[in-house]
Write a protein that binds this ligand. Structure first.
Ligand code: HEM
Length: 443
C-alpha cells in the first residue's frame, strides 16, 4: 500500500477541507441569523429582505459550499475523475466565500454596495465551480446515478442563479410586480429541489450503502427519483410562472413522487444493512428524510391554500430546508469530515494510541445536538403556525445551541482532539470480536 507523506495526505484533503470549514462558519452565522429573524418568521413574512438574507447564509453559505467541497472530494476518490482545474477550485472558493457574506448582509440590510459586490462574487464562484465540475464529469469512469445526479444538479444551480439574479434585480426595481411571488416560488424549488435535493439523491446512491454497510439492496429507485425530481421542478415552475394551477399540480405530484422514490430507496438501503446499529450520522439523515416527507405532504396543502397561507408557506420552506436538507447534510458531514480528518492525520492505518474515526468526535454531544435541533425545528414550525414570536425565538435559540455544539465537534475533529484516546496496550489487545482492522472500518 503506497503510504503518502503527511504533507501529501493533508494536501489531498485541503480543498474539500477548506470548503467544509467555510461552510461550518456560515452554518453558525445562519443559526444566529435565525434568532434575529424569528419574529418575521412567526408573522409568516417570508418575503422580508432580512429573511432572504439569512436564508442565503443557510442555502449558499452552508449547503452550496458543503456540496462544492464534497464534489472536490467525491469526484477524484469515488468517481476516479481527477478535478480538471484544482486551482480554479481554490479561486472559486476565494470569491464565493466572501461573496455569500456580502450578498446575504447586503440583501438583509438593503445595502446596495454589499448586495452588488456580493451577487457578482457569488455568480463568479458558481460559474467557476459549475465549469470545473462540468469539465471533470467526462473523466469519470462510470456514468451511474451519482454521475447523473451531479450533472442534473449543476444545471439547476445555474438556473437558480439566473432566477436569483432576476429576483435581485426586482428587489432594486420592483419590475416583477405581482409576478414576484411566483418567480420566488420557482426560484426556491429550482434551488432547493433541483440543485440540493437532486445532488443528495445522486450522491446518496453511493454513500448510503457505504455508510450503512448495506449489501444487495434493490437500487432501481434512485434513477426513478432523479427522473421524477428533474421533471417535476420545471413542470411546477411553468405552472407557477404561467399561473396555470393544473400544471402546477402535475408538477407538485411528480415532484412528490420523486421524493417518495428517494425515501423508498433509502429504506431499501437501511433494510439491507449488515450491521444492526445505526450510527449518529445516519440518524441525522433519518431525521432529515422524515422532515422531507412531512414537507412534501405540507407542500400539497400550501399549493391548495396558496394566497391565504403565508404562515403555512413559511412552515413548508422551514421544514423542507432546515428539517429535511440541513439535517440530512449534517448527517453526511458527521460521516465524511471525521473520516477525511482521520485519514489526513493518521494516514488510514490503525496504530497504537490512534483513535478510531468514530472517536474523533463525541457521540454523546452529537446525540444531544440531534434532540435539540429536531425539537427546535418542531418548535419553530409550531410557533410559525400559531403566530408566536416568542416561541419562534426560543426555538431558534435552541437551534443555535445545537449548531454551536456541532461547530465544537467539527473543531475538535479538525484539531485532532478525539473524544477518547487509546492506551497503548488497549489496541495491542483488540476488544473481544474486534481486530485492529475492524477499528479502521468502523466508520
Ligand atoms: C445562486 C445564487 C442565488 C441568488 C443570486 C439568489 C437570490 C435570491 C433573492 C434575490 C431572493 C429574494 C427574493 C425576494 O425576496 O423577492 C431569494 C430568495 C430565496 N432563495 Fe435564493 N438565490 C440564490 C441561490 C439560492 C440557493 C442555492 C437556494 C437554495 C438552495 C436559494 C433559496 C432561496 C429561498 C428559499 C428564497 C426565499 C427566501 C425568502 O423567504 O425570502 N437561493 N434568492
Amino acid at each position: 500500500m503506497n503510504v503518502l507523506s503527511p504533507e501529501a495526505r493533508a494536501g489531498r484533503f485541503a480543498l474539500p477541507g477548506a470548503h467544509f470549514a467555510v461552510a461550518t462558519c456560515y452554518l453558525v452565522a445562519a443559526a444566529a441569523g435565525l434568532v434575529w429573524i424569528a419574529p418575521q418568521l412567526a408573522a409568516g413574512d417570508f418575503a422580508s429582505p432580512r429573511v432572504a438574507g439569512v436564508t442565503h447564509l443557510f442555502t449558499l453559505g452552508w449547503l452550496t459550499t458543503t456540496i462544492f467541497g464534497a464534489l472536490y472530494q467525491l469526484m477524484p476518490n469515488a468517481m476516479a475523475a481527477p478535478i480538471r482545474w484544482p486551482r480554479v477550485g481554490w479561486a472559486s472558493l476565494a470569491v464565493f466565500a466572501p461573496g455569500v457574506g456580502a450578498f446575504a448582509l447586503g440583501v438583509a440590510r438593503g445595502a446596495a454596495v454589499a448586495e452588488y459586490l456580493g451577487i457578482c462574487l457569488v455568480a463568479l464562484g458558481v460559474a467557476l465551480t459549475v465549469g470545473n465540475v462540468a469539465a471533470t464529469l467526462p473523466r469519470a469512469r462510470r456514468r451511474d446515478e451519482m454521475w447523473a445526479g451531479i450533472a442534473i444538479a449543476i444545471t439547476y444551480l445555474s438556473a437558480a442563479l439566473v432566477l436569483g439574479a432576476l429576483l435581485f434585480h426586482n428587489l432594486r426595481t420592483g419590475d416583477l410586480a405581482a409576478a414576484r411571488v411566483r418567480v420566488l416560488a420557482t426560484h426556491l424549488h429550482v434551488a432547493i429541489v433541483g440543485w440540493v435535493l437532486v445532488m443528495i439523491v445522486g450522491v446518496s446512491h453511493r454513500l448510503l450503502p457505504m455508510f450503512l454497510i448495506a449489501r444487495g439492496a434493490d437500487t432501481r429507485w434512485t434513477r426513478r427519483a432523479l427522473a421524477s425530481l428533474a421533471a417535476g421542478v420545471p413542470i411546477l415552475g411553468v405552472g407557477f410562472l404561467t399561473h396555470r394551477a393544473p400544471v402546477a399540480w402535475v408538477g407538485a405530484a411528480v415532484l412528490d413522487l420523486g421524493i417518495a422514490f428517494f425515501l423508498y430507496q433509502a429504506s431499501c438501503f437501511v433494510r439491507a444493512r449488515v450491521r444492526k446499529r445505526i450510527d449518529i450520522g445516519m440518524r441525522y439523515a433519518g431525521v432529515g428524510v422524515s422532515f422531507l416527507a412531512l414537507a412534501a405532504a405540507l407542500g400539497a396543502i400550501v399549493l391548495w391554500r396558496r394566497p391565504l397561507s403565508m404562515r403555512l408557506a413559511t412552515t413548508y420552506v422551514l421544514l423542507g430546508l432546515l428539517g429535511g436538507i440541513v439535517m440530512f447534510v449534517i448527517g453526511l458531514f458527521y460521516k465524511i469530515v471525521p473520516m477525511l480528518a482521520w485519514t489526513a492525520r493518521y494516514g488510514g492505518q490503525a496504530k497504537p494510541n490512534v483513535p478510531t474515526i468514530a472517536e474523533m468526535f463525541s457521540e454523546r454531544v452529537a446525540r444531544a445536538q440531534l434532540v435539540l435541533m429536531t425539537g427546535a425545528i418542531l418548535a419553530i414550525a409550531g410557533a410559525i403556525l400559531s403566530g408566536s414570536s416568542i416561541g419562534a425565538r426560543i426555538g431558534a435559540a435552541a437551534f443555535l445551541v445545537g449548531v454551536l455544539l456541532f461547530g465544537s465537534q467539527i473543531l475538535r475533529v479538525a484539531l485532532g482532539r478525539p473524544s477518547r484516546r487509546h492506551e497503548p496496550d488497549e489496541l495491542a489487545a483488540p476488544r473481544p470480536g474486534r481486530s485492529a482492522r475492524a477499528v479502521v472500518t468502523r466508520v
